[in-house]
Design a protein around this ligand. Structure first.
Ligand code: GLU
Length: 524
C-alpha cells in the first residue's frame, strides 16, 4: 500500500514537472503609468529581458493602470520610448500586439469582473459596505486594526448581513468593495529564485480589497494575478518592494485553483543610495547630479524637468551594462558586456539578496569605456553636429582626426568641444597662469625662430616636424621643455592638449605659423 502511494505521488510530481517543463518561459514587465520610469524599473525590465532570452522565452509589456487617481499623462509613451532607446525589446504587449491582449488593464474590466464573481461564488471573497469614514473610526478606536478573520464579523459586509439585505443595498446603488477572505492558520510558501523558500503565516494578511464598485475596477492584486495567469506568465521577476504582496498572490492562485501554473517568483534587490544606506531616490540624483530616469521627463502638472540618461549623453549600451551589474555579477573580472553576452551569462539565482549600491560614478566610467570601444568614426558622427553648432565648417575626416587624438580624455561626447575647440578656433587670449609660468623672457624670440624653422619644412608631417625641430633645439642648446611649453601656449592658449606635433600637423603650416606670430605679437 505504501509502495503504491509512493509511486502515486512520484507520478503526480512527474506530471507536474513535465507540465511545467513544457511551458514556454514567459515573463512580463508591468509598470504602472504613474510618472517617469525609475532607473530601478529599467533594471527590472532588463533582468526580465535577459531571463526571457536565455530561455528562448517571451517578454510581455503590460500596463497596470487600474488606479486611475495615479495615472499620469504621457507616462506610458515615455516608458515605451525609454526601452526603444535602450534596445530592450518586448515580444508582446501595449504597442507591440500579441495573442493575449488587451495588455492595458483599464481595457480589461469585463475580464476581471468575471474572476471577481468566481471568487464570490466560491465563497473565497465577500462584499463589504464599510465606508472610508467607518474604517477610519475603527482604526482610531482599535490600534493596529486589520480587516481579517478576527474582525470581519464585526463589520458591515455580506458575511454579517442577510443575503436579501446586501443584495438590496447593491440594487440601491450603494458603493461596495469585494474583499478576499483570507483563511487564518495557513502557512504560505513562496519559492523565490533569489531568496529561497519564504514562509508566511496567513494570519498576518488582511482581507485585501480586490475590487471597487465605484470605478468598476479591480485593485492591483487581483488584476495582477488574473493577468499573470491569462497571459501564461511562468516567472514573476520584480523589485523587492513587491515581496510583501507575494503571499497574497500565492493565496489568490490557490483560491482560483491555478496551483499548477503558479509562476516562480524572483524579487530583485533594492537599489540603494550611492552612500549605501537607504533606497535610491530622485532626490539623491538632484543632490549629487546624476539622472535617475532613462530619458528626460517633463512633468505635465508641475512643469518640472528631470534629467535623463539619454539627454545627459550616456550610450544606451553603457546604461544597460551598468544596470546589469547592479545586483548580479558573473563572478569574473570582466565588466564590459554586450547585451548578447549578458543574455548568455545572466543567472537569476545568483542575484544578491541585499541591496545594490547605486554607484553612479561607475555609470560614468562605463560610458567612458564605451567611448574607447567605439570607433573614431562613430564618435566623430556624434561630435560633428556639436562642431557645426559652434559655427565651424569642418570635414568629417578632420573631425575624426580630432576624435582620434582626444576621445580617451572624455566620459561624454559633449565634453569633447571644450577640450577640442582650439583645433578649430585659434586662441584669442592666453591663460594667465600658464603665461606666467611658461612664457619666459626669451620666449618671443625663440618662438620667432621656431616660426622660421617651421616655415622651411616642406613635408609638414608629425615625423618631419619632430626631426627638424629637435635638431634645431639641440643645435641652439635650448631647453626642449621650455620651447615646447611656449609653443603649446601659442597654439592652444592653455597648457593642455595632446602631443605638440600632432596639433601642429593637424593645423597645418599656415595656421601654425599664424598662431605663433599672433602669440608673439600679443605676449611679446
Ligand atoms: N504594477 C506594478 C509596478 O508598478 C507591478 C508589480 C509586479 O511586477 O507585480 O511595478
Amino acid at each position: 500500500m505504501q509502495k503504491k502511494m509512493y509511486f502515486c505521488t512520484k507520478f503526480i510530481s512527474y506530471l507536474l514537472f513535465t507540465k511545467m517543463a513544457e511551458r514556454k518561459v514567459r515573463v512580463r514587465f508591468a509598470p504602472s503609468p504613474t510618472g517617469p520610469l525609475h532607473i530601478g524599473g529599467v533594471r527590472t525590465a532588463l533582468y526580465n529581458y535577459l531571463f526571457a532570452h536565455q530561455h528562448n522565452g517571451e517578454l510581455v509589456f503590460r500596463i497596470e493602470d487600474t488606479d486611475s487617481h495615479r495615472f499620469v499623462q504621457g507616462a506610458e509613451e515615455y516608458i515605451i520610448e525609454s526601452f526603444k532607446w535602450l534596445g530592450i525589446k518586448f515580444d508582446e504587449g501595449v504597442s507591440f500586439g500579441g495573442q493575449h491582449g488587451p495588455y492595458r488593464q483599464s481595457e480589461r474590466r469585463e475580464i476581471y469582473k468575471e474572476y471577481v464573481q468566481q471568487l464570490l461564488d466560491n465563497g473565497k471573497a465577500y462584499i463589504a459596505f464599510d465606508t472610508p469614514e467607518e474604517l477610519d473610526q475603527k482604526r482610531n478606536k482599535t490600534p493596529n486594526f486589520q480587516y481579517d478573520s478576527h474582525t470581519r464579523m464585526q463589520m458591515r459586509n455580506s458575511l454579517t448581513m442577510d443575503r436579501s439585505e446586501w443584495k438590496q443595498r447593491i440594487e440601491d446603488g450603494e458603493q461596495y468593495v469585494v474583499r478576499f477572505k483570507v483563511e487564518p492558520g495557513q502557512e504560505i510558501h513562496i519559492h523565490d529564485l533569489i531568496r529561497g523558500e519564504v514562509t508566511v503565516k496567513s494570519d498576518i494578511i488582511d482581507d485585501k480589497v480586490l475590487y471597487k464598485s465605484s470605478d468598476e475596477l479591480p485593485t492591483y492584486h487581483l488584476a495582477n494575478i488574473v493577468d499573470d495567469h491569462l497571459m501564461e506568465i511562468t516567472h514573476v521577476i520584480r523589485g523587492e518592494e513587491w515581496l510583501p504582496s507575494a503571499p497574497l498572490h500565492v493565496l489568490l492562485y490557490h483560491a482560483f485553483g491555478w496551483d499548477d501554473t503558479m509562476p516562480q517568483f524572483a524579487h530583485l534587490p533594492l537599489l540603494l543610495k550611492p552612500e549605501g544606506k537607504g533606497k535610491l531616490s530622485k532626490r539623491d540624483g538632484d543632490r549629487l547630479g546624476f539622472p535617475v530616469f532613462p530619458l528626460e521627463w517633463h512633468d505635465p502638472k508641475t512643469g518640472e524637468v528631470c534629467s535623463g540618461y539619454r539627454e545627459s549623453g550616456y550610450f544606451p549600451e553603457a546604461v544597460v551594462n551598468f544596470l546589469a551589474l547592479l545586483g548580479w555579477h558573473p563572478g569574473t573580472d570582466q565588466e564590459i558586456f554586450s547585451l548578447r553576452e549578458l543574455v548568455n551569462l545572466f543567472d537569476i539565482t545568483k542575484c544578491s539578496k541585499s541591496g545594490a549600491r547605486f554607484d553612479y560614478q561607475k555609470g560614468i566610467w562605463f560610458n567612458h569605456e564605451y567611448i574607447l570601444r567605439k570607433s573614431d568614426d562613430e564618435i566623430a558622427h556624434l561630435f560633428a553636429p556639436i562642431v557645426a553648432n559652434n559655427g565651424i565648417d569642418e570635414t568629417m575626416e578632420r573631425i575624426t582626426l580630432v576624435v582620434h587624438m582626444m576621445k580617451d580624455r572624455v566620459n561624454f561626447v559633449k565634453e569633447l568641444w571644450e577640450l577640442c575647440s582650439f583645433f578649430f578656433i585659434a586662441p584669442i587670449e592666453y591663460d594667465e597662469k600658464t603665461v606666467r609660468k611658461r612664457w619666459k623672457e626669451d620666449s618671443a624670440q625663440v618662438m620667432g625662430e621656431l616660426a622660421d624653422v617651421l616655415e622651411n619644412i616642406e613635408d609638414f608631417s608629425i615625423e618631419e616636424q619632430e626631426k627638424t625641430v629637435l635638431a634645431w633645439v639641440a643645435e641652439k642648446g635650448y631647453k626642449l621643455g621650455d620651447v615646447m611649453n611656449a609653443f603649446r601656449l601659442a597654439l592652444v592658449g592653455i597648457g593642455k592638449g595632446p602631443g605638440m606635433f600632432d596639433i601642429s600637423a593637424f593645423l597645418g603650416k599656415v595656421e601654425t605659423i599664424k598662431r605663433l606670430r599672433r602669440a608673439i605679437e600679443i605676449l611679446k
